[in-house]
Design a protein around this ligand. Structure first.
Ligand SMILES: NC(=O)c1ccc[n+]([C@@H]2O[C@H](COP(=O)([O-])OP(=O)(O)OC[C@H]3O[C@@H](n4cnc5c(N)ncnc54)[C@H](OP(=O)(O)O)[C@@H]3O)[C@@H](O)[C@H]2O)c1
Length: 317
């Protein structure tokens, strides 16, 4: 595994991190999830990313990961970076979502219980809340850190100007913002439009989620929608309608280019995200151990010739 420094902090994160949004809920096969986590750790993936609402049902991914921690990884707690988040809908009533102190701190306590942990390594505000003062949301992250329930604070899905403001507030509190978690892949490039510049300026690390566009940036949908794929599953966030002919055409062209590089398309897509030095780590998902192994092997070839990057731009445009 290759480890990259997270922004201007001292923390090293693996270039490939594993997220538990899909494949770890009560609707999924626990044995497979357990095998994926164990293999990930053996491959040097020290960072596992969760959120209060991952499942389904919400909370079940944390509960199942807690079980794996207890069974397998307990002796290695100090070798692990475990994150969780709060921001999306978790329980009924006015205190079960968004960015108040009430919600964030109650949610973190619930997450720790499900995970069976005393603390997480990173606690995130999962989304910006227009109706709560940012000072209040950031003060909840600061309190979590000061109470020893989180080691670092992070933000996710914040726009560039919201990120600048959050970083300023957290710095004033003496709890610097460690990391930002945005979506970034060949198919979704919004971070290039200002966010990466802000992160570099503020010294904040960047962990990019859905770098494979939920599986679209692999060869799996080239000949249809496989039965065991995310797009086919009723609980999957990726919908069949998103696998369009236009997407397939681009993916087929990217796939040919990846073959010429001696990589799978998944590997090329991950290497492409990591080409920018401001990216700390790609946050992947996996439904099978084999996918995880293939994705980690992307690190064997991270360099791109200028001509290859040009070709990718042409295909994507
Ligand atoms: N902060 C946020 O708001 C936010 C939002 C979304 C996600 N996240 C985080 O990001 C993590 C990753 O998101 P993601 O799962 O969408 O990431 P992704 O890596 O883009 O997609 C993962 C999915 O692609 C397929 N796949 C992976 N490797 C493959 C390979 N080598 N060949 C073929 N198919 C492959 C698998 O789906 P199949 O089921 O089709 O096999 C896998 O579950 C989440 O777990 C979560 O931690 C954060």
């Amino acid at each position: 595994m290759k480890y990259n420094r997270c922004g201007r902090s001292g923390l090293l994160l693996p270039a490939v991190s594993l997220g538990l949004w899909h494949n770890f809920g009560d609707v999924d096969d626990f044995k497979t999830g357990r095998a994926i986590v164990r293999r990930a750790f053996d491959l040097g993936i020290t960072h596992f990313d969760l959120a209060n609402n991952y499942g389904p049902p919400p909370g079940s991914a944390e509960k199942n990961f807690g079980k794996i921690l207890k069974q397998d990884l307990k002796p290695y707690r100090d070798e692990l970076i475990i994150s969780t988040k709060a921001g999306y809908l978790m329980w009924p009533g006015p205190y079960g979502e968004w960015g108040t102190r009430k919600y964030l701190l109650a949610s973190l306590d619930q997450s720790l219980k499900r995970l069976g942990l005393d603390y997480v390594d990173i606690f995130y505000s999962h989304r910006f809340d227009l109706k709560t003062p940012l000072d209040e949301t950031m003060s909840a992250l600061e309190s979590a850190v000061k109470q020893g329930k989180a080691i670092y604070a992070g933000i996710s899905n914040y726009k560039p100007e919201q990120t600048t403001e959050a970083a300023k507030i957290l710095r004033q509190f003496g709890t610097p913002c460690l990391i930002h978690q945005p979506r970034y892949s060949m198919f979704d490039r919004w971070v290039e439009d200002g966010l990466l510049d802000v992160l570099e300026k503020e010294g904040i690390g960047c962990i990019c989620f859905s770098p494979l566009a939920q599986g679209l940036l692999t060869d799996k949908y080239l000949k249809g929608i496989p039965k065991d794929s995310r797009a086919a599953k009723p609980t999957g966030f990726l919908k069949r309608e998103q696998v369009t002919e236009a997407v397939r055409k681009k993916v087929a062209a990217l796939n040919e280019l990846a073959k010429k590089r001696g990589q799978s398309l998944a590997q090329m897509a991950l290497a492409w995200v990591l080409r920018d030095k401001r990216i700390t780590t790609v946050l992947i998902g996996a439904s099978k151990v084999k996918q995880l192994e293939q994705n980690v092997a992307a690190l064997d070839n991270l360099s791109f010739a200028a001509e290859e990057l040009n070709q990718i731009e042409k295909i994507l445009s």
